[in-house]
Design a protein around this ligand. Sequence first.
Ligand code: SF4
Length: 222
Amino acid sequence: MIGNIVQLLCEEARWSGRFMILPREVAGMPKEMSKKEALEEIRERLEKCRCCTLCDTARNIVFGEGDPDADIMFIGEAPGAMEDKTGRPFVGPAGRLLTDIIEKGMGLKRSDVYIANIAKCRPPENRDPLPEEIAQCIGFLEEQIEVIRPKVIIALGKIAAQTLLNTDAPITSVRGKFHEYRGIKVMPTFHPSYLLHNPAKKREVWEDIKQVMKLLGMPLPG
Ligand code: SF4
């Protein structure tokens, strides 16, 4: 029954171009729940999502992972091949670089932060998610952010930065400065996959990361 309602609302949303997330009340879930439970409830709704055509080719929906109480949330654009295969965010070569930034650079464990993407299904051939796909999917991330309420979001790359900051500005003009998303500080920086091809830009990313660490009162490496 609920599944049918989801499908109908979703189809209507897809055709009308409006975003739709099934409210918790409709899904029959209690409003009062822990962060972990709230994220699990979002995941359950997400797994039923057929709101855009990306689910037609994706093998797995990539929800996100990490500490529900994280101070820092990293947000990328969409799953790649490894993420699609495993159902986990940032686990390919770019993910290994992100893990190095978190663990070797920031001195945290990967499990101390939360990692997610703007779009939850892999776009074919690793293309950027289209604006209409982002419009259909972004509500899930908005809910994740609302549950986690991190102190800082690090937006990885153009798509994440432009979507969260609601701007067309290039990543080169927004990175390196704090912005705001619904009262949460946002630091845009280059996407790790860009760094794989442009290693000289790692220095700029590290400067951005150090600003975040400073804001959070984290010790900077000597
Ligand atoms: S990309 Fe997002 S909106 Fe599109 S089908 Fe997957 S979960 Fe749903």
